[in-house]
Design a protein around this ligand. Structure first.
Ligand SMILES: [Zn+2]
Length: 93
């Protein structure tokens, strides 16, 4: 039995519509969406997309708000940001 949508994959439903570049972008996101991402809390590859922008860890159960299609881990707190929020006790500086 031959594979019907070898070239277009999950975008087969689109047929010849919308243009090849858009269909390829959709396919790229579609494939990436199915892959699990690393959980920032327990660092296991168990993070799955629950809904648009909602990702849940299947190990520790934590839910994250992130990108609509792909999980983008929160940026680490940099030194300059830390320093900006540090309150210096009066008379010690
Ligand atoms: Zn986790």
């Amino acid at each position: 039995m031959s594979k019907r949508t070898k070239k277009v994959g999950n975008t087969g439903w689109m047929g010849p519509r919308y243009g090849i570049r858009i269909r390829r972008r959709v396919l790229e996101l579609d494939r990436a969406r199915a892959r699990a991402a690393a959980c920032p809390r327990c660092s296991t590859i168990t993070l799955h997309r629950v809904a648009s922008g909602v990702f849940e860890c299947r190990r520790c159960g934590v839910r994250y708000a992130s990108g609509a299609y792909l999980f983008t881990p929160p940026p680490p707190i940099t030194r300059s940001e830390k320093d900006a929020t540090t309150v210096v006790a009066p008379g010690k500086a």
